[in-house]
Design a protein around this ligand. Structure first.
Ligand code: HEC
Length: 102
């Protein structure tokens, strides 16, 4: 029965949409956990080729993440990491790291 199938498909698509939105909403701490893999849970990077973020100027951090997202500051991993961040999320993340003590 094609109409029935169509309804199921529409319902499934809507449910997925909701799930995606829900994930995005609670996602900030998950995102920061991903950043921590390279930049450290305390904002201090373990690897010598990764910059520390803890205690850095908030506006500077925001501008850098934005530049990574747009590609103005070219960097493969950072472009990938910032690609889905909204301005508001970048602001929150910048605030989070700027408030950390070194
Ligand atoms: C795969 C490792 C990796 C991950 C994951 C990662 N970064 Fe980075 N990040 C780097 C490296 C390496 C650089 C230095 C880039 C360069 O050389 O230009 C950097 C640079 C930065 C800078 C610029 C710092 C400065 O002093 O100029 C900011 C801000 C930043 N990352 C934030 C984040 C945020 C926020 C996340 C999570 C969304 C994140 N990073 C995830 C590796 C990573």
């Amino acid at each position: 029965m094609p109409v029935f199938r169509l309804l199921i498909a529409a319902f499934a698509a809507t449910a997925c949409g909701f799930a995606a939105v829900a994930q995005e909403r609670l996602g900030l701490s998950d995102v920061i956990a991903q950043c921590a893999a390279c930049h450290g849970a305390d904002g201090i990077a373990k690897s010598a080729d990764v910059p520390h973020l803890a205690g850095q100027q908030e506006l500077y951090l925001f501008n850098q993440i934005k530049a990574f997202r747009s590609g103005k500051r070219p960097h493969k991993e950072m472009r990938y990491m910032s690609r889905q961040l909204s301005d508001a999320e970048m602001q929150e993340i910048s605030h989070f790291y700027a408030a950390m003590r070194r």
